[in-house]
Design a protein around this ligand. Structure first.
Ligand SMILES: [Zn+2]
Length: 108
């Protein structure tokens, strides 16, 4: 998939996530090549969240990265103590289930 189209689809996914797994601030998406990183999230001085996704990974992987980062935002308080703790895992499981619901039905 072309980079522009991938970003457009990720932005549509963010709209869905904001409806079903709301977060307190606006979320901006940046496609950025990072060394040794596939994704990261920053809480900026402008009081919004900035999700960075490495465009070198394929689209399906970018979706995984987005869900991973979204779960971080949902449990931002826990992040201070434990990046991938229980609350984060529960959030990711909920997000993952909703995004891959159709896929799971097909493989049954
Ligand atoms: Zn993480």
């Amino acid at each position: 998939m072309k980079k522009k189209k991938a970003k457009k689809r990720l932005l549509e996914l963010i709209e869905k996530l904001q409806k079903n797994f709301p977060v307190s601030e606006n979320v901006h998406l940046y496609m950025k090549c990072m060394r040794n990183r596939l994704g990261r999230t920053i809480y900026s001085e402008k009081k919004n969240y900035q999700i960075y996704i490495n465009p070198s990974s394929d689209y399906e992987h970018q979706v995984d990265i987005l869900m991973h980062e979204w779960a971080h935002i949902r449990v931002i308080d826990e992040m201070i103590h434990n990046d991938h703790g229980a609350a984060w895992g529960i959030e990711l499981a909920g997000i993952y289930k909703s995004i891959h619901h159709d896929f799971r039905k097909k493989i049954k």
